[in-house]
Design a protein around this ligand. Structure first.
Ligand code: NAD
Length: 253
């Protein structure tokens, strides 16, 4: 049984990692998938490989969201997945004592403003049909403090809260538009590369990042994609305003 047959699904940050895994799984489940990413070349290549639609979209750009709204005025599912840690291009400190204001803002612009703009677009694009599902990829870091990544943790916590606001707003409006947040931890994607590095120490560094994880391993992007299928499908019809952790048991104790 295909769980997303004919559903129009937009995914941000879908050129690699978790977003790409969600796109692949949604296609398998029968969805019409529009892959979006700020990386124009990569998103075109992945969409072509999957036989899906591609659109270059920087989640911080209102213009890009307007372009998407013109091309896809009605959708069934939006996954706000695009996100940055702040460590992609720089080793500058991200702790609350030393982080630069511009670095703090840059992370919030993508993670939080991007999710806000995505939710705003999705509500309008789902209103006429009166139903849909918005899935916001937050993080385990949105539920606990992270001393070395203040902006990332703050932005992800705000996504968790905004998801509940969107869920309640839509319900209040009499719309069956559900909104939920997903909270992964340590999923092995290119996002980890700056922290894992190469060389002989890589294996040891990988192990060190999951010593506190009860299941003692990194999660796979496909494992997050499975949760995204549940939340997008009609099987998740009674789920709104909630949060799902997928973290190998990290937050359990
Ligand atoms: P990734 O770095 O592998 O991929 C992120 C994608 O987002 C890239 O294709 C990138 O080009 C795109 N992107 C970045 N900025 C963008 C922007 N402004 N507009 C549009 N696209 C943009 O990351 P990932 O590990 O696949 O993470 C996906 C999501 O999952 C992120 O929100 C991340 O915070 C969250 N997450 C990941 C982990 C993990 O361990 N990998 C854990 C918790 C949460």
């Amino acid at each position: 049984m295909k769980h997303l047959l004919g559903k129009i699904c937009v995914i941000t940050g879908a050129a690699r990692g978790i977003g790409l895994a969600i796109a692949e799984r949604y296609i398998t489940e029968g969805a019409v998938v529009i892959l979006t990413d700020k990386n124009a070349e990569a998103i075109r290549a992945e969409a072509q490989r999957l036989g899906a639609q591609a659109l270059t979209l920087d989640v911080t750009s209102e213009n890009d969201w307007e372009t998407l709204a013109k091309a896809w005025p009605q959708i069934d599912v939006l996954v706000n997945n695009a996100g940055v840690t702040g460590f992609e291009d720089s080793a500058a400190p991200q702790d609350p004592e030393n982080a630069a204001l511009e670095d703090w803002r840059a992370v919030h612009r993508v993670n939080l403003d991007g999710t806000f703009l995505g939710c705003r677009y999705a509500i309008k694009a789902m209103r006429e049909k009166g139903e849909g599902s918005i899935i916001n990829i937050s993080s385990r870091s949105g539920m606990v403090g992270i001393p070395g990544a203040a902006a990332y943790a703050s932005s992800k916590a705000a996504i968790r809260n905004h998801s509940k606001t969107v869920a309640l707003y839509c319900a209040q409006e009499g719309l069956n538009i559900r909104c939920n947040s997903v909270h992964p931890a340590a999923i092995l994607t290119p996002m980890w590369e700056p922290m894992l590095g190469g060389g002989e120490d890589r294996k040891a560094r990988m192990a060190s990042f999951v010593t506190d994880t009860p299941l003692k391993r990194f999660g796979q992007p496909s494992e997050v994609a499975a949760i995204a299928v549940l939340l997008a499908s009609d099987e998740g019809a009674y789920m709104t305003g909630t949060e799902i952790t997928i973290d190998g048991g990290l937050l359990a104790g």
